[in-house]
Write a protein that binds this ligand. Structure first.
Ligand code: ADP
Length: 323
């Protein structure tokens, strides 16, 4: 898959100079071909590159093979990028939260270790990419597919919330797929643990298209679990329409549309009235008025429509026929 930088270069007119390589100065050396922990009990053979995170904490993700042949994803964070206390605290929070979760629809966290150069996290391998990659190929999903993915996402989200974890960055790019097209929620880099009941979080974070209004506009009061519910509404809209509801070219304009609750359903997409009604309920500006995850799965959109028991892998490229 092309990297973001490569994609940007492709869009450029011929003759324009190539974009400078992002992070060229700080790109650390590759991790060793055989990754080992200090005691020598873990030995991972690096076999491929899966992707990287550039914003807020540099991390690279590789495909690795254990000595027993099992394939895993290995997230590598260079210690040189952990110089500040803030960077360390963020990484430790991600490790603490992700390693505490165990659910069939959450990327499994296997273990964490370090050598002199890097901190390593081994994760369940999701070789089929994310729902974002799949949406790019498919343009949009059928409503039965959306129900299938949403039920799995909400199961994972309910589990996180009962374990006092707010994910805070639910979006198609963080919903990975396993070989059987099951959803695996990943990337706990922005997740927060609610340690005291009623505690509110104040950090402004998330991804513009998916950010709940209270994160942006009620900074005094803070935010809580309902921000994930909002993102779930944005995800449902994006699955069935093919683009996020508040999308515009400029981030400021996205925030204005979120503030004004300004979005519509394109007439040519024939979105069912129950899908529209549910999306409208979820995208309620007042977080206390948003439906609970239980109320969402009990909505007519789910109870009156087919929820497939599985999605065929052919759905990566073409709409499945559920008849
Ligand atoms: P982000 O999701 O913010 O890009 P991550 O650090 O979670 O950051 O992952 C970086 C990239 O690595 C992802 O976009 C994805 O392409 C790849 N990746 C992450 N985790 C896995 C995994 N468990 N299996 C396969 N690929 C992964």
């Amino acid at each position: 898959a092309p990297t973001k930088v490569q994609e940007k270069q492709k869009e450029k007119q011929p003759g324009s100079p190539p974009l400078p390589r992002q992070n060229a100065k700080i790109t650390p050396p590759s991790p060793p071909k055989v990754i080992c922990d200090s005691s020598g009990t873990i030995q991972l053979h690096r076999v491929g590159f899966l992707g990287e995170r550039n914003k807020g904490g540099f991390a690279r993700v590789y495909e690795v093979k254990e000595s027993n042949g099992a394939r895993l994803a290995c997230k590598v964070v260079t210690k040189s990028s952990l110089k500040t206390k803030k960077a360390k605290t963020k990484l430790y929070a991600e490790i603490k939260i992700h390693s505490s979760l165990e659910h069939p629809n959450i990327v499994r966290f296997q273990e964490c270790f370090e050598d002199d150069e890097n901190v390593y996290m081994t994760l369940e391998l999701c070789p089929s990419g994310s729902l974002m990659d799949m949406l790019r190929r498919r343009r949009r999903f059928t409503e039965p597919e959306a129900r299938f993915f949403m039920v799995q996402l909400m199961g994972a989200c309910h589990y996180m919330h009962t374990h006092q974890v707010i994910h805070r960055d639910l979006k198609l790019g963080n919903l990975f797929l396993d070989a059987n097209m099951n959803v695996k929620v990943g990337d706990f880099g922005l997740a927060a643990l609610i340690e005291n009941p009623g505690e509110r979080k104040k950090t402004i974070c998330g991804t513009p298209n998916y950010i709940a209004p209270e994160v942006l506009f009620d900074t005094a009061n803070g935010h809580s679990f309902e921000v994930d519910t909002w993102s779930i509404g944005v995800i449902l809209y994006t699955l069935v329409v093919g683009r996020p509801p508040f999308q515009t070219a400029e981030v400021k304009a996205i925030y204005k549309r979120i503030r004004d609750n300004e979005y519509d359903f394109p007439a040519d997409r024939a979105i069912s009235s129950s899908a529209q009604a549910l999306i409208q309920q979820i995208l309620t500006p007042d977080p206390s008025q948003r439906p609970t995850l239980h109320e969402i799965v009990e909505h007519a959109f789910f109870t009156n429509g087919a929820v497939p028991s599985y999605i065929p892998t052919s759905a990566h490229d073409a709409p499945p026929d559920f008849r």
